[in-house]
Design a protein around this ligand. Sequence first.
Ligand code: NDP
Length: 281
Amino acid sequence: MKELRGMPVVKAMTAKLSEEVKDLAGQGITPTLAIVRVGARPDDLSYERGATKRFTSVGAAVKVLELPETCTQEELEATVRGANEDAGVHGILIFRPLPKHLSEEPLKALIAPEKDVDCFGNAGYANLFIGAKDAYPPCTPQAVVELIDHYGIDLTGKKVTIVGRSLVVGKPLMVMLLAKNATVKVCHTRTRDLAAECRDAEIVVAAAGVAKMLKADFVAPGQIVIDVGINMDGDTLCGDVDAEAVSGIVDALTPVPGGIGTITTAVLLKHTVMSARRSVQ
Ligand code: NDP
């Protein structure tokens, strides 16, 4: 079985993006991502560190707009408005979930679509669904597409089953894989005989958030399996696929950790660079 690792994808992406950042630097522009963070959740801090490392390694920048956990909705909205209006900011990432007293909904209309590099807002989804050229898909499903492209997997006419229909992964990925001419089936908790739906596909994407849910009876020989899940199994990080159980059956599998999750900050960088370029065109 071939292991489809994320790092070679990241290396190829950052080599290309580094050239683009150099070119933009020549025009006096540093692609800059503003991260809006409320409080200091360990997950957020860890992602922020990863993103900052990825950006600074190619000469791009991350600006953290930190708010106390007790901030008001008005303060949060003023921060997003400030980032919208700041010509030195090309991308905006708002960490979720927000504390319970704050609402995401007004932000979805507020965030500037041209800076919404992780598809937080409603306009971003509208752009994605109508196939607009300047759409920024959410980073996780885009990471799946980057991996598919990097490893030269042709989706034309292929049967793809996606497990999960969230707005963050499954639903946007459905649109993105349709655009690559796959025949896409999207499964969820009400799907009858999920294992059979998975076995029937040529490519399976697991994004359910259930540790090691896809066992040997969910897969078939010749398949490519892409595991988006990030779960804890006791103290160990694992995906939605039981890698040990399927490795003797399928053709290729993305590892967890070291697969899709590795690619998302490179996508964030790609979208921020695209936005910076568009700001001078
Ligand atoms: P959600 O919980 O929002 O959605 C899960 C989806 O999976 C739902 O559509 C749900 O169906 C479906 N599902 C859950 N359990 C089952 C089951 N037993 N059988 C069939 N379908 C099921 O999760 P997310 O989409 O946000 O995330 C999915 C996974 O991807 C998680 O492990 C998450 O940690 C990971 N993730 C990884 C990222 C990365 O960078 N690699 C980034 C974002 C997420 P229903 O709609 O019927 O409830």
